[in-house]
Design a protein around this ligand. Structure first.
Ligand SMILES: Cc1cc2nc3c(=O)[nH]c(=O)nc-3n(C[C@H](O)[C@H](O)[C@H](O)COP(=O)(O)OP(=O)(O)OC[C@H]3O[C@@H](n4cnc5c(N)ncnc54)[C@H](O)[C@@H]3O)c2cc1C
Length: 298
């Protein structure tokens, strides 16, 4: 069978752990793979990943850099660009400012963006006292004086969970949010003080020492777990109608990570389920094996 070389076997959007693992698997089936990534992203912002099998500790940036090197070693083409749209006719057409690319399959691993409060010194303490992911960094708050902050019911739930798992010394700071009475009673029963205010700065030189509020109060703490919501990097999918969860948020897939649009696979934070680097990588491997199976049948 002759093969049209202007068409990729799989175009992968986003060099998160899921996209990279899929790229490595597909390249090792000698498939023609293009990976388009704009740089940055959630994994790159992780100063340390310590729950990845076989790796004691690695920065997110190092994990991505070594994954890119591994993928390129097996022949994956990589371009730095931002995808603006995906369409499907006979094949997929993926648009970026640099051009238009055609592919039989598309795999998306573009992740999400956490909403952060505007706080002075956030960069100094992000991942070093100021945390946003319990699954990733909750362990680091063990036995610490902890402040849970947020602007939704999630913050209240988080404070109860943190108390059960990591530390007794917890306060809850709510920003522009009032708790329903039943929740307030549960939190108070757990001896978690509830505070209200607008945080403006993190305090401390080397170690986190507290939070400065707009009304000049200071809340002392050694660690913060924050939850301010997040959004998906999915605006380039606006032209496609994909099945989503009951909140019309995350994208639904089948067990091999194929979405409701045949040939379009979703891995990582964009799809329903838990979001961790090792989970995204596993999803990438499953998707790649399934894409290859479908290519064998073409
Ligand atoms: C602070 C922090 C700490 C974390 N710590 C851990 C940890 O310890 N352990 C763990 O397992 N997980 C950790 N995570 C979570 C983990 O990084 C992600 O959940 C996981 O890697 C899944 O990411 P992803 O592949 O969905 O997306 P990402 O890793 O965010 O990658 C998405 C990629 O897609 C690119 N992209 C986005 N839009 C476009 C577009 N339109 N065109 C081209 N490219 C695009 C982005 O630039 C980025 O490179 C942490 C996350 C954060 C924020």
């Amino acid at each position: 069978m002759t093969k049209d070389n202007s068409i990729y076997d799989c175009l992968i959007i986003g060099a998160g752990p899921g996209g990279l693992q899929a790229a490595i698997h597909l390249a090792r089936y000698n498939r023609r793979v293009l990976l388009v990534d704009r740089g940055g992203g959630r994994t790159s912002h992780a100063s340390h990943i310590v729950n990845y099998l076989g790796i004691k500790e690695i920065s997110g940036r190092e994990l991505i850099a070594s994954g890119l090197e591994q993928a390129q070693h097996f022949g994956v083409e990589v371009i730095k660009d931002s995808v603006t749209s995906v369409e499907k006719n006979v094949v997929f057409i993926v648009q970026t400012p640099q051009g238009s690319f055609q592919s039989r399959f598309v795999l998306i691993s573009t992740g999400a963006v956490d909403h952060q409060p505007r706080l002075r010194n956030l960069g100094r303490f992000f991942g070093r006292g100021f945390y946003t992911c319990v699954d990733c960094d909750g362990y680091l708050t063990t036995g610490k004086k902890l402040l849970v902050m947020g602007n939704s019911l999630n913050a209240a739930r988080l404070s109860l969970g943190m108390k059960q798992m990591y530390t007794d010394d917890i306060s809850l700071l709510l920003i522009d949010f009032t708790l329903p009475h039943d929740y307030e009673a549960v939190i108070r029963d757990e001896n978690i003080p509830i505070l209200f205010g607008e945080p403006v700065a993190l305090l401390g030189e080397k170690d986190l020492e507290g939070v400065h509020l707009a009304d000049d109060r200071v809340i002392k703490c050694q660690a913060i777990m924050a939850t301010f919501g997040w959004h998906l990097n999915d605006s380039f999918l606006d032209g496609l109608s994909l099945d989503r969860d009951h909140e019309n948020f995350k994208i639904l897939t089948n067990s091999t990570n194929e979405s409701s649009l045949p040939g379009l696979y979703i891995v990582g934070a964009m799809k329903t389920g838990h979001s961790q680097a090792i989970i995204a990588a596993g999803q990438g491997a499953v998707a790649a094996i399934d894409i290859n199976r479908q290519l064998l049948e073409l």
